[in-house]
Structure formats: structure tokens, C-alpha cells
Design a protein around this ligand. Structure first.
Ligand SMILES: [Mg+2]
Length: 454
């Protein structure tokens, strides 16, 4: 996994040490020795992550962090603040400046590389979703609603057999606005995993095997919606690594420092929500790519895909497949007489009646201006004709009322039905036969249904 890291430190040996460690693991490293240089480098190189020293002459790390988090070009880049060991005040200031994580000096390899790994894993998922959502820009613009969603407080479950410690963690998270419950609180009833964002599992102090518990949590159907963070004793790195392998998203070493924990929970929740928002956009994008925006029916592209797959299934299972091609009669004169707005209203109302008069397995598509096609899987000719007749009747039986015109508009539709003739008939020929039948319905006086065999 190759990634770029910007190392910011005013002391040269510190920079060289981190550079050597990172390059040994094949990271690409950029260096900066002061605040201004760090900001310029972040803008130019767009690193995957920034390791930022706090104590620097001139602009200190807090100010650099604040500035980077305020610029749209750099605000998405995760910042790890590198602070002197156990300096609570620094951590609180870092939290306020928008830091995503902390590392203590001297930097130990385990802490450094597990943080980089978890961040890179997140970057990979986020990049994948951005590409699938066709947002190639590294800087994703979020709507106000999405931003609010990403920043909303977390709902956390703390699992620790040490009740006092579990409560201490829960209280600290509540103090920063999150919702938190402990396993002890929940022991009276069943645990509700549905609305959780994060589960914190203590690897120490557990009667049962905590790794088994993590593995079990990942199998829950709600697991897609929450992430797991484990707390571990620094002498027990092997189990911590095992937890990451099983699917934990982050590690925090004990004894827990509350300020650090608060930052890590916030960062992990943001990552999870960020992924949720991107995933939602991908789902929505896929939906948009198959739906006709005016009528909400499937579009031509989706129709072609579904036809291919149903023709394949019809051949494999020798089940009949029928289609009905519809065309609204004299639609041009509706547009001419009442205007395009009224024309659109008619298309929408027509589509609503169409939708209400098909069977659940039928697939209704708008394939052109006033042209529609209903795919009827596992349906022979007689049933398809009956279905088409039901729709024709539903359209003709009652005029279309319209807010733009004082008088209701009379609308009728013509239809042509065709049933797939098996292996030898390709999609284009099949659709052409339905079109020919539709053409005959028009020739024979409209508001009627024809089929190829008739
Ligand atoms: Mg320094």
C-alpha cells in the first residue's frame, strides 16, 4: 500500500528519523521544517496524511492545524499531532484545532504504523467510493446536510468488564456531547446495535475472549453501520494487531487518556459517517442512472439491460416473455394545445396510472418522449394482452385533470404486444415486432391493442 506522508518538524534529526522509518515501509515522504512550509507543501502535494510537530518557532503546530482545517483544499487531509509524552493541555488544544489523532514523542513504531494503516484503509474505501460515485476530485464538496451528518455526535457502546473504567469512558464521551452506554447499563436487556456508530472493546479485563467478541460483532447485520475501536495494554501488541486483522478500525493504548480518546472517537465517527455519506451517494447515483427523472419509471438503458437478462432467463427456463409497447395517442396535439408543462403533467399522470395497473413483477419503462414499454416476465401472449387492455382501459376511462388547464384532458393510448420467439430472435427483432404491432394499432384507429399474430 503506497501512500504519501508529510512530516513537519523544526528539528532536523526528528524529520530524518521519521523519514527513514516511513521510507523503510515504502511510504513517499515530504518534509517541512516550519508552519508556512507545511501549508505550502500540503497544498502542492496533497499528502494522504500529515505528521505535525506541535512545538515550532513562529507558527506552531496548533495554528498550522487550524489553518489546514479551514481551507477547502486541505481540510480533508488527516492530521496527526506529534506531542511530548502525556501533555494533556497540548492534546486539548489539538482537539480544538481540529487534529484527527495524536502520537507521543518519542514516536514508537507500533503506534505510528497502526495509525497509518488504519488511515490508509479508510482512504482506500473512501477513494473507491469517490470513483464509483464519479467524484474523481480528491476534495469532495459536501452539502450542509451532509456536513451536519458527518459532524453529528456519536452513539457509542463501551464494552469493558471493569465497570468503573467503562463508566469513566462513557462519562468522558458524554462530556463532549456524544451518547454513550456501557455493556453494564445494557445488561438488563438486549443490546441495541442498530443506531450505534462505534463500539469500544477493552482487550484487557474481559472474562470472555475479546477477539471472539470483535469477530462476532463484525458478523452482525448492523456491522456495516458501526466501527470497532479496541483499547489494549501496550505490552500486548500482538493481540492488538490481531484485533485490527479481524476488523477493528482503530486502536488506543491503555491507560486511556481521556483527551486522546475523545479525539479518536470523534475522528473514527467522522470517518464512518464520511463513508456512509459517500456510499449513500453511490447508491443514489446508481438509482438516478436507471430512473427517468420526469416519471420515476425506469429509463431506456435499464429497459435494455432488463430485456437482455429476462430473454436469457426465458431461454434457460423456457418460460414465455412478453412485452407491451405503449404510445400516447396524439400527444403532440396535447403539447400544442395546452403547452409543454401540461404535456409533462400528462406524462406523469399517465405513468402513475401505468404503475397502478401492472403486476409487481412487471417492469414499466419510459423509453422515449411519449413511448413506454412494459416488460412482462413469465407471461404468455393472452395474459399480456389482458394486462395491456387493463392499462388501456385505465387511461381512457377517466380524463386527466390538470391544474394548468380548466378542462380535463382526454387521453388514450395504443399498444402493441409481442411474445419472445426463443433462441433465434435477438433483442432488436423482438422489440421491432412489438413496434410493428403498435404501428398497426395506430393504423386501425388508436385507443386499441394489437399483437403480431393477429
Ligand atoms: Mg519541535
Amino acid at each position: 500500500m503506497t501512500a504519501t506522508v508529510l512530516v513537519v518538524d523544526d528539528i532536523e534529526p526528528n524529520r530524518r528519523l521519521l523519514q527513514a522509518k516511513l521510507e523503510a515501509k515504502y511510504y513517499t515522504v515530504f518534509l517541512a521544517d516550519n508552519g508556512e512550509g507545511a501549508i505550502a507543501s500540503a497544498l502542492r502535494h496533497q499528502p494522504d496524511i500529515i505528521l505535525l510537530d506541535v512545538m515550532m518557532p513562529g507558527m506552531d503546530g496548533f495554528e498550522v492545524c487550524q489553518r489546514l482545517k479551514a481551507m477547502p483544499e486541505t481540510q480533508h487531509i488527516p492530521i496527526v499531532m506529534v506531542t511530548a509524552l502525556v501533555n494533556i493541555e497540548d492534546r486539548l488544544k489539538g482537539l480544538q484545532a481540529g487534529a484527527d489523532d495524536f502520537l507521543s514523542k518519542p514516536v514508537d513504531d507500533f503506534g505510528l504504523f497502526t495509525r497509518l494503516d488504519t488511515q490508509m484503509r479508510f482512504n482506500m474505501v473512501a477513494n473507491e467510493l469517490r470513483v464509483r460515485g464519479k467524484q474523481n476530485a480528491r476534495v469532495t464538496q459536501f452539502s450542509d446536510y451532509e456536513k451536519e451528518l458527518i459532524e453529528a455526535p456519536s452513539n457509542v457502546l463501551v464494552i469493558d468488564q471493569d465497570n468503573a473504567e467503562a463508566r469513566r469512558v462513557a462519562e468522558a464521551l458524554k462530556a463532549t456531547g456524544h451518547r454513550a452506554q456501557t455493556w453494564v447499563d445494557a445488561s438488563g436487556g438486549s443490546i441495541e446495535f442498530r443506531d450505534l456508530d462505534l463500539v469500544i472493546v477493552a482487550l484487557s479485563n474481559q472474562k470472555h475472549d475479546p477477539l471472539k467478541l470483535c469477530a462476532h460483532l463484525r458478523t452482525l447485520k448492523e456491522a456495516r453501520d458501526f466501527s470497532i475501536m479496541v483499547t489494549y495494554d501496550p505490552r500486548d501488541q500482538s493481540r492488538a494487531l490481531e484485533a485490527l486483522r479481524i476488523g477493528a478500525a482503530d486502536l488506543v493504548s491503555t491507560p486511556l487518556e481521556i483527551a486522546e480518546l475523545q479525539v479518536r472517537v470523534r475522528t473514527q465517527t467522522r470517518r464512518q459517517r464520511y463513508i456512509d455519506v459517500l456510499r449513500h451517494r453511490v447508491d443514489r447515483g446508481m438509482e438516478l442512472s436507471v430512473i427517468d427523472p420526469l416519471t420515476g419509471l425506469f429509463n431506456r438503458r435499464h429497459m435494455l439491460e432488463k430485456m437482455q437478462s429476462w430473454m436469457h432467463r426465458a431461454r434457460a427456463g423456457s418460460k414465455p416473455l412478453s412485452v407491451v409497447a405503449f404510445d400516447i395517442d396524439h400527444f403532440k396535439s396535447i403539447n400544442d394545445q395546452f403547452g409543454h408543462g401540461a404535456g409533462d403533467d400528462v406524462l406523469q399522470a399517465f405513468s402513475d396510472r401505468l404503475r397502478m395497473n401492472i403486476r409487481p413483477k412487471d417492469i414499466a419503462c419510459r423509453i422515449g418522449g411519449e413511448e413506454f414499454l412494459v416488460i412482462m416476465p413469465e407471461t404468455e401472449m393472452n395474459l399480456a394482452l389482458a394486462g395491456a387492455e387493463r392499462i388501456r382501459e385505465a387511461i381512457a376511462s377517466e380524463p386527466f385533470t390538470n391544474e394548468r388547464t380548466s378542462n380535463p384532458i382526454d387521453v388514450t393510448v395504443s399498444a402493441g404486444v409481442a411474445t419472445h420467439q426463443g433462441e433465434a430472435e435477438v433483442l432488436a427483432d423482438f422489440l421491432h415486432r412489438a413496434d410493428q404491432a403498435l404501428y398497426r394499432a395506430k393504423q386501425n384507429g388508436r385507443n386499441r391493442i394489437e399483437n403480431r399474430a393477429a
